[in-house]
Design a protein. Structure first.
Length: 263
């Protein structure tokens, strides 16, 4: 598959914040066939780059001492041409800045923020590092989905700050879902989660990884210490399942390389 063609506002990078980097590397290495390279401690804080067959797919970083109490989690970063301008727009439209804009030497500029609906999100202004090298093939990220309690507010925020053009797939009380872009040009989804997310669970992004066989991947993940949270089940976009890795970070898998597993 060719290198993904990122546009402003499209997911271009994902990383895992984990309480145990060794265990995370062992788990995802076995499950997805990833290889790892640890970055320079002084320049990059020991940030770990994950690749599959030499193609970069994700990052892994250790949870810091001041982040005690935070869950292990996967984060999504959206492409931006100007991280400083994006930070200003985030604040102007009801969000808040957690970190940055922060220049990563020789690589690009990162921003981490909370959107107006309360979900933690990243932004990435590329330098030498543009993002993941492959997508929607086994062992690589395949889809990115925001579960929002304020569905319409979230769509308005990302349309204003990142230029999303929402395409509504369903708009009923039972199921509200929209994508940024339409059809083959869609690159992320937003689901109305107000009916099922508990009060103490904030809105959040979820990452789907492509696999050859969802059932086989679930079985393998369980032997590696994962917990099955949902599925596997068929959807209109492939067979999907939700898992938590051995330290609790949640992710989804889909065994159809088409990109829009809604739900």
């Amino acid at each position: 598959m060719p290198t993904p063609d990122f546009i402003n506002g499209s997911p271009c990078w994902i990383d895992l914040m984990t309480s145990d980097t060794d265990q995370a590397c062992a788990f995802y290495g076995s499950l997805f066939g990833w290889e790892f390279e640890v970055g320079d401690t002084e320049k990059y804080g020991g940030y770990i780059m994950a690749a599959r067959n030499g193609s970069t797919v994700a990052g892994i970083m250790a949870r810091q001492p001041d982040q005690v109490g935070m869950p292990d989690l996967w984060s999504v970063y959206l492409r931006t041409d100007d991280a400083a301008a994006t930070a200003d727009a985030v604040v102007a439209h009801g969000g808040s800045i957690h970190l940055g804009p922060l220049e990563v030497p020789d690589q690009g500029t990162m921003l981490f923020f909370q959107d107006s609906a309360g979900a933690a999100t990243g932004a990435w202004q590329p330098g030498a590092m543009h993002g993941f090298d492959i997508a929607a093939e086994p062992g690589a990220p395949a889809w990115f989905e925001l579960h929002a309690k304020d569905y319409r507010g979230a769509l308005e925020f990302y349309a204003t700050v990142f230029g999303w053009q929402p395409a509504v797939l369903s708009d009923t009380p039972e199921f509200r879902y929209a994508t940024s872009g339409e059809g083959e040009n869609a690159h992320a989804g937003v689901m109305d989660a107000s009916a099922y997310l508990p009060a103490d669970v904030p809105p959040h992004w979820q990452v789907y990884f492509a696999v050859d066989d969802a059932d086989a991947s679930v079985a393998a993940a369980l032997t590696l210490g994962a917990t099955l949270l949902e599925g596997p089940q068929d959807s209109g976009f492939g067979r999907v399942a939700q898992l938590a890795d051995p330290t609790g970070a949640r992710f989804r898998i889909v065994d159809d390389n088409r990109q829009q597993p809604a739900g």
